[in-house]
Design a protein around this ligand. Sequence first.
Ligand SMILES: Nc1ncnc2c1ncn2[C@@H]1O[C@H](COP(=O)(O)OP(=O)(O)O)[C@@H](O)[C@H]1O
Ligand SMILES: [Mg+2]
Length: 227
Amino acid sequence: MSTMSTNFVINASNLTLSYSDEDIIKDASFSVKKGEFVFITGPSGSGKSTLLKSFYGQLKPKSGTVVVGGLDMSDITEGKLQELRTHLGIIFQDYKLINEWTVKKNAVLPLMIAGYSVDVQNTQAERLLKHVRLSEYKDRYPLELSGGEQQRVGVARALAKNPFLILADEPTGNLDEYSSNVIWELMENACQQLEATVLVVTHKIPSMFSHRYRHFIIEHKGVYEVH
Ligand SMILES: Nc1ncnc2c1ncn2[C@@H]1O[C@H](COP(=O)(O)OP(=O)(O)O)[C@@H](O)[C@H]1O
Ligand SMILES: [Mg+2]
């Protein structure tokens, strides 16, 4: 984003997150630079999704700070947050597609919201669906696709506005190995070719990726880097 004044896309300092009295993440300090690919793992219920929520402003820090794309999430205005979100690509385990809409319409949803013309939407739909290899399914509905294909629509939608940061929460959690590998390939491509910074929460780091990228683990409320 234009407001980014450092090399850091995410900078957390003594970040503490909670929903009530009990802290979920406590005093976490870490940073992620532009163009990095980071895996986040940790036991179920350890706070992986909670941590991601703090990056897209769904949960404000209880104390400490987290700065995303140069914006301090503690005191960000609603307007700035909406703008930031248009520059983020978020991918969920359960895809979160609109089942009443076609594949094509789901993929260009962010462009519709931003008010792009139908012409631009059509051109971009073609580009995005080709990228995730779903061109021939553009007029289908999500429930007429396999899980892996639905998640590829989710990836297309996340990429629609060329995000500087992609946040994926167990994107392959419901997928078989073959479909997972297609998603992993798209995630790596987003980082390497599209130059996005990519953070992925996952239960299992795919073997072809182990040791190639940074790895944060959430344990006992802390966020630690695994070397
Ligand atoms: N909206 C919420 N309100 C209250 N507690 C929540 C909420 N979401 C998650 N939690 C709790 O926060 C903890 C961490 O949850 P979560 O971040 O979803 O874990 P993970 O993604 O690592 O499985 C869990 O104990 C969970 O019950
Ligand atoms: Mg989770």
